[in-house]
Design a protein around this ligand. Structure first.
Ligand SMILES: *Cc1c(COP(=O)(O)O)cnc(C)c1O
Length: 261
């Protein structure tokens, strides 16, 4: 137990430090830090660790895998005594005022389990083709939830292994969402970019250019189109380049350990 509490304290402290670094980056370029949302990326991390960050006052978390997110999010159907048993095992799911962002690769057959299993899903950041947009729109309508916020994921690095729509197909996909998907709310663009720090500015500039094109095509102002970019290695740079949504995992929660296959 002692080891667990130490790790938890570290996560809360790391969170505060990331929040401060975002503030400073925003100040450096004359932006307000409340214009930047911090998504704490908690994939592979246990609920106990997320709870520590939650207890430090943080409410926005990001996950990549549908099953893992559904397991962590609250289930309305739990009976009182089941909750009690889970509580005593220390495995309680997380409170329902968390704003969950789904940031992983999403397959159409996982849309229904995601939307039904996570009533407080706030945003899907990874819409990258019409098929997935249509499926999200359809399920959101069927279950009668409020319109689901979405980002369009853009492949700004041109790497074949990365998901995301090509930058020159971005406007068309955004138009599809805004014209044909009434149960989705288009909020902006997302990119991952290359991990290599030196090439990242190019990827972030490409995303900003996509935003200009989208805003022109839709006749909206740039503050109506968010930019989700920046991770542990480059979130301050991303803020300086206009990011409104940084997704930070390992700097808050520590390195991820994946089970060996
Ligand atoms: C895992 C992940 C992150 C967080 O990465 P870190 O480098 O640990 O901060 C951010 N965005 C996406 C899409 C991810 O999959």
């Amino acid at each position: 137990m002692a080891a667990v509490s130490a790790a938890e304290g570290v996560a809360a402290t790391a969170l505060q430090s990331v929040v401060q670094r975002i503030q400073h980056a925003a100040e450096r370029c004359g932006r307000r830090s409340d214009q930047v949302r911090l998504v704490a990326v908690s994939k592979t991390k246990p609920v106990s660790l997320l709870k520590q960050v939650y207890d430090a006052g943080h409410r926005c978390f990001g996950e990549n895998y549908v099953k893992e997110l559904v397991d962590k999010a609250p289930q309305e159907s739990l009976y009182q005594d089941e909750v009690f048993i889970l509580l005593s095992l220390g495995e309680l799911q997380l409170p329902d005022d968390i704003e969950w962002h789904f940031i992983g690769n999403l397959q159409s057959n996982k849309v229904k389990p995601l939307l039904t299993g996570v009533p407080n899903l706030a945003m899907v950041e990874t819409v990258d083709d019409e098929k997935i947009a249509n499926q999200l729109n359809c399920v959101a309508g069927d279950i009668g939830r409020k319109p689901l916020k979405v980002f369009i994921q853009v492949n700004t690095s041109g790497e074949e292994t990365k998901s995301g729509v090509e930058s020159d197909g971005c406007v068309e996909l955004v138009k599809h969402v805004t014209s044909n998907c009434p149960n989705l709310e288009f909020c902006g663009l997302m990119t991952i970019g290359m991990p290599d720090y030196t090439s990242t500015p190019e990827n972030f500039k490409t995303l900003a250019r996509c935003r200009s094109e989208v805003c022109k095509a839709l006749g909206i102002s740039e503050d109506q189109c968010e930019l989700s970019m920046g991770m542990s290695g480059d979130f301050e740079l991303a803020v300086e380049m206009g990011s409104t949504n940084v997704r930070v995992g390992s700097t808050i929660f520590g390195a991820r350990e994946y089970a060996k296959k």
